[in-house]
Design a protein. Structure first.
Length: 454
């Protein structure tokens, strides 16, 4: 009895993710780095791991329906059965091979469960040709099974986007995510970054928006010198619209709220410096450890004019060192969100986030927008952005703000010039940008620019 090396590595990742509630990509990278697998086995292990994590809820549904006592399946046995179920339903591995490998994997961790696993997986192999057991073009449950999503996400996206657009976005969530980079002009010229990526074996291609690069070989890019040095920063192409929408200018006073590790902070200053002297950028995050990372990153990358603060942006007046209310030229609020526009990058996330999380987040998002808007002067701009495609987190939050007393003095600023021609179809009638995940395309990001009148 032996388990193929790629499947053994995949099972090791599934176990760690389950036991530690870890993130799939980081865990997979750690396991594969130490695995010594061939290139072909590395690719197979990656596909099996991501696929199983992405579709785990659907796999559990199928296993539980066919198992006599599903509640008694041990977690490590379930890991092996999930992997085999993924191969049967999504990877289209030959049934005999998938069942055989699955039973061997179960036998390796719990010999007494091998008979049960064999029976369940054989029955699943018989039913696999008719998967997703319904018409995905009309049946939400079948669409959820086909695309490996919880029912609530499917229902939400069908309501918000319409069935056709929702189906495309859901299907895109099962595809490998393209890797986009942004050239950091503080550490060299664009051509130098491309040349370094070529040396890394990343097969780079310049793309829109300006300064954006797509890596044809993502694994080589993220492990290469260009990214390690900071000459290029990993950030989705559509995420780059947010800083562009603020249109920073030299000498302006700008605030980046929920700045995190500071990728958008660097972009803001780079855009300002492209037209002259540096702006004064205040970067705020609630977590001291993130602020420390951000501060060190700005120094290491030679980014001028950035002052890093730590504090709670829902009580902006209480943050020591924050500019006075009504004095700021521009604020970028990259708000905490559900991440529904980036699910393909976090394989396990769709099964960890809940609809109640969105309800809680919308209150925080609104409070942050009110506080951010209080900072800007007349003719100043606040940009609200998320990596969600849920209307409640985007359109509804901005609409609520604009109809509130705090938002009464604001209007929508035209961001057409910040958006590449090919993406202007994603600017809605309100003037807000909302990309939707597409295979071989960017993630789902929302951007609205609001200007204080006067």
């Amino acid at each position: 009895m032996s388990i193929a090396p790629a499947r053994r590595a995949a099972l090791q990742v599934l176990k760690r993710v389950r036991e530690r509630e870890a993130f799939g990509p980081e865990t997979l990278d750690a396991v594969l780095t130490a695995s010594g697998l061939s290139r072909a086995d590395l690719a197979l292990a990656t596909r099996l791991t991501y696929g199983t994590l992405q579709t785990s809820g659907v796999l559990d549904e199928a296993i539980d329906r066919l198992a006599t006592k599903s509640s008694g399946i041990e977690p490590r046995v379930r890991d092996a059965m999930r992997l085999a179920a993924y191969e049967l339903l999504f990877a289209r591995t030959p049934p005999r091979a998938a069942v055989h490998e699955g039973v061997d994997a179960v036998r390796a961790v719990r010999p007494q469960a091998a008979g049960m696993a064999n029976a369940v997986l054989r029955r699943l192999a018989d039913e696999a040709p008719t998967f997703p057991w319904g018409d995905a073009s009309t049946d939400d449950a079948a669409l959820a099974r086909l695309t490996g999503h919880p029912m609530w996400i499917v229902g939400l996206l069908v309501t918000d986007l319409g069935r056709e657009a929702a189906s495309l976005a859901l299907r895109a969530d099962l595809e490998p995510a393209p890797l986009y980079l942004w050239h950091n002009p503080f550490l060299g010229q664009f051509g130098e970054a491309l040349a370094l990526l070529e040396q890394d074996g990343a097969e780079p291609r310049a793309c829109e928006p300006g300064g954006c690069i797509e890596a044809g070989v993502p694994s080589s890019a993220v492990r290469g010198e260009c990214v390690a040095s900071g000459a290029c920063l990993v950030t989705d192409a559509a995420a780059q619209i947010a800083a562009r929408a603020l249109a920073p200018r030299p000498g302006q006073l700008l605030v980046d709220i929920a700045a995190g590790r500071g990728t958008k902070t660097i972009q803001l200053q780079a855009l300002a410096c492209a037209h002259g002297p540096a702006a004064e950028v205040v970067a705020l995050d609630i977590h001291a450890f993130k602020s420390d990372i951000l501060d060190r990153r700005m120094i290491r990358m030679g980014v001028p004019g950035v002052r890093v603060l730590t504090g709670d942006a829902t009580a902006i007046d209480a943050v020591a060192g924050m500019p006075t209310t009504g004095t700021v030229d521009g604020v970028l609020l990259d708000a905490p969100c559900s991440g529904l526009g980036t699910l393909r990058r976090r394989a396990e996330k769709r099964w960890r986030v809940s609809e109640s999380d969105i309800d809680a987040l919308t209150g925080l998002q609104y409070d942050l927008l009110v506080q951010s808007a209080s900072l800007v002067r007349p003719r100043g701009v606040v940009v609200y952005s998320t990596c969600s495609i849920a209307r409640r987190e985007n359109h509804d939050v901005v609409s609520r703000f604009l109809s509130s007393p705090e938002g009464a003095g604001f209007g929508v600023k035209d961001i057409t010039e910040a958006v590449p021609d090919m993406w202007r179809r994603w600017i809605g009638p309100e003037g807000w940008f909302q990309s939707v995940p597409e295979p071989a395309g960017p993630d789902g990001h929302f951007v609205a620019a609001l200007e204080r009148q006067g």
